[in-house]
Structures are given as C-alpha cells and as structure tokens.
Design a protein around this ligand. Structure first.
Ligand SMILES: Nc1ncnc2c1ncn2[C@@H]1O[C@H](COP(=O)(O)OP(=O)(O)OP(=O)(O)O)[C@@H](O)[C@H]1O
Length: 260
C-alpha cells in the first residue's frame, strides 16, 4: 500500500532567510529507519518539522499515496508523529498516566480497550526497559529517562511515521544502542516510516538503512549509509578528513583524522 514518506519542492523561510529552497527528498522507506545527517544549522530540524507539517513550509509531503500536506494538522499529526529535540516542560504526572494521556490524545486504537490500554502502556515502557519508572513522576526523572518516556509515548500512539529530532541526545551508550534496536524492530514489525535527526555517524552507518546528508539546506547525498557516508561526503559536509574503516568484526567504523 504505502511506499514511504517523501517531500517535493519544500521551501521554508525564517523571515527574509530561505533555509530550504525547493527541496525534494525521499522516499524515506517503510519498515526502515532513516537518518537526517549534517552539521549544525544545516536544516535537519527544519526539514523534519516540514515533514511533520509544523511551521510555515510550502511544497507537498506524501505518505505513500496520501497527500499529508492537504490534511488538517490534527489528521496529519495522527499519521505522522513528531518528537521534538527538547521534550516539553514536564508536568507532575506519573509516567504511566502520561502514556495513557498520550494514547488518549490519539483516540481509540484498534483492538485496544479499557484495561488493555494500561497493559499496552506498560508493555511500551517494558520495550524501552523502563517498566520500573511506571509510578514515578515525570518531573522527577533524569533527562535521559524523560527521553525514553517520550519515545515510549510516541510509539504508544501507533503512528504511520515517526519523526524524531535527536532522540538519542540524552542517552548513555547502552540506551543509545537499545533504543536503536527497539526502533529498528518496531519500525519493521509495524511497517512504518522512521526518520531521525542524528549526529552520531557511527550509529548512522551501523544502524540506519537510508540516510540524507544536508549542508546549508542542500542535499549532499541520499541513499544507503554505505553510499552516503564516505570520506568525500564527510569532507564536503563537515570539513573533516575521515575514513570509513572496517572493524575486526567486519562492521563499518568512522575514523576522524582531523579537520579538513
Ligand atoms: N525559528 C527560527 N528563526 C530563524 N532562523 C531559524 C529558526 N530555526 C532555525 N533557524 C535557522 O535555520 C537554519 C537551519 O536550522 P535547523 O535547526 O534546521 O538546523 P539543524 O541542522 O537542525 O541544526 P542542529 O544540528 O544545530 O540542531 C539555521 O541557520 C538556523 O539558524
């Protein structure tokens, strides 16, 4: 049915400044995890927000054959869930309640009723390894714990596309890998589109399937990590001299030799 998320002729201006100029990107494939890469200020968050329908953007965004950019924001948000870089100010709500509130905001989910909602929320916390936080208060959690709860809330709303802005930024090494594992597994199992803004190129090269590198609002490369993350594109985008080596287990690894 669906063959990915893509955007055509997207233009975003902040005042007089054009940050994205007639950009066409995608499709970000279904069942796969994609990454938006690029230096600070290159337009990653702006593009992610434009895909989500937030802010003033012109152009067309499609999810399969559905034109998201013609839907109301409420309809669109239901299909396409955006998780911002900084989570909203925390409220004095227990973690489990916050998940239930997020689920309710989405409306009834197919096959989930009454007590099942609580089971579903607990299962989601369990998936992210934070079942023990269920009764804790949101405003008493650490930054990383809040980020994990945010991800559990997002997945718990069963969107068709998940748009995540730096979802690993507050997480320790263990949780970065654990979250990538969960996102890969759930994205494939549900056959949804997941697009995330990432800074860690080693995570991108190892654990994403489709990457887009931006610089100054332009696409430098798009495709599989193997094709996109190369010494040449890294020099062009980040002004660094870097190699893509293969580690003793045969996995790709980026070595930075210095500034370009
Ligand atoms: N609300 C805003 N008003 C004006 N300019 C903005 C606004 N948000 C972003 N910009 C500008 O747009 C450009 C792209 O910003 P964006 O946040 O999309 O970059 P990014 O690639 O996500 O950066 P980072 O990696 O630092 O988060 C930057 O030059 C930034 O200064």
């Amino acid at each position: 049915m669906m063959n990915g998320l893509f955007a055509e002729h997207v233009t975003v201006r902040y005042g007089q400044r054009t940050v994205l100029d007639d950009l066409t990107v995608g499709p970000f494939p279904t069942g796969k995890v994609s990454a938006l890469l690029g230096p600070n200020g290159s337009g990653k968050s702006t593009l992610l927000r434009a895909l989500a329908g937030l802010g003033e953007a012109t152009g067309q965004v499609m999810l399969g054959s559905d034109v998201l950019s013609r839907m109301s924001l409420a309809q669109r948000t239901r299909r396409c869930l955006y998780l911002p870089q900084t989570l909203p100010a925390t409220v004095h709500l227990q973690v489990l309640e916050s998940l239930l509130a997020a689920q309710n905001a989405t409306g009834a989910l197919p096959g989930i009723t009454g007590g099942d909602e609580i089971d579903a929320a607990l299962r989601m916390l369990d998936i992210f390894g934070i079942a023990d936080l269920a009764m804790r208060y949101m405003d008493e959690l650490s930054g990383g714990q809040r980020q994990l709860v945010g991800l559990a809330q997002a997945l718990g709303r069963h969107p068709d596309a998940l748009l995540l802005d730096e979802p690993l930024s507050a997480l320790d090494l263990h949780h970065q890998f654990a979250v990538m594992d969960v996102l890969r597994r759930e994205t494939e199992r549900r056959n949804i589109v997941t697009v995330m803004v990432l800074h860690d190129l080693n995570i991108a090269v190892r654990m994403t399937d489709y990457d887009v590198i931006l610089r100054d609002g332009k696409i430098i490369a798009a495709g599989s990590p193997h094709d996109v993350i190369t010494p040449d594109t890294l020099r062009q985008t980040y002004d660094i001299v870097a190699r893509v080596e293969t580690c003793s287990r045969g996995l790709p690894h980026i070595m930075v030799d210095g500034l370009g």
